[in-house]
Design a protein around this ligand. Structure first.
Ligand SMILES: CC(C)(COP(=O)(O)OP(=O)(O)OC[C@H]1O[C@@H](n2cnc3c(N)ncnc32)[C@H](O)[C@@H]1OP(=O)(O)O)[C@@H](O)C(=O)NCCC(=O)NCCS
Length: 168
């Protein structure tokens, strides 16, 4: 399998995508292209090179976290003058049912982390944020090291930790 990620384009068979979660299916069917056009988010699809079948997708956009939400042990190392901290939102991540439980979700998550890290070299981003839609999603994110932000359903992964994954 020669899997690649690329920007969502009209050639991709978005209406065939089905991960089993209505919210995530509807998003790629109806809203993703509009969000991309409006520059609200970037959407990346996982395909086999030369194919238009979407095996998975994720979205990224700029975001900020209120300083007050950051755990104390991390907050004490940040300047107090910052009321919000720049971050990258991994808004949605899903794998088509035909390809689930084959290691593809892990590949896609690593791709999203790496892309976010590379972007952070040209535009500051302190952490990657996810907002899991349910327990399964939370379990998946927690498995890969995302930390819960107190008093919020959101989870985060410090960019410093992401850096350690990709740079020795
Ligand atoms: C959650 C989701 C992204 C996982 O993708 P996937 O391709 O099925 O997962 P993978 O095959 O890469 O599995 C990754 C790990 O999770 C484990 N896993 C996957 N599905 C599992 C399940 N149903 N129960 C228990 N473990 C599971 C795998 O064993 C693997 O563990 P390992 O790293 O120790 O080998 C995918 O199932 C999905 O799109 N679900 C619906 C949408 C959704 O919930 N998205 C939110 C995720 S943020």
């Amino acid at each position: 399998m020669n899997l690649i990620t690329t920007n969502l384009a009209s050639i991709h068979e978005k209406n065939e995508f089905c991960c089993g979660k209505e919210l995530l299916d509807n998003y790629i069917h109806r809203q993703a292209s509009q969000d991309v056009k409006r520059k609200l988010s970037a959407c990346f699809v996982l395909i086999e090179s030369g194919s238009n079948i979407i095996k998975g997708y994720y979205t990224l956009s700029n975001n900020s976290i209120p300083l007050a939400l950051i755990p104390e042990n991390i907050k004490k190392r940040l300047p107090k003058s910052y009321k919000s901290i720049p971050s990258t939102l991994l808004g949605r991540l899903a794998i088509d049912k035909n390809y689930q439980a084959k290691g593809v979700g892990k590949i896609l998550l690593v791709d999203a982390l790496k892309r976010s890290y590379l972007i952070s070299k040209s535009m500051g981003s302190f952490a990657i944020i996810v907002d899991p839609i349910d327990n399964e999603a939370e379990w998946f994110d927690a498995k890969y090291g995302f930390i819960k932000l107190p008093d919020s359903g959101k989870m985060f992964f410090p960019m410093k930790t992401v850096k350690q994954l990709f740079e020795k």
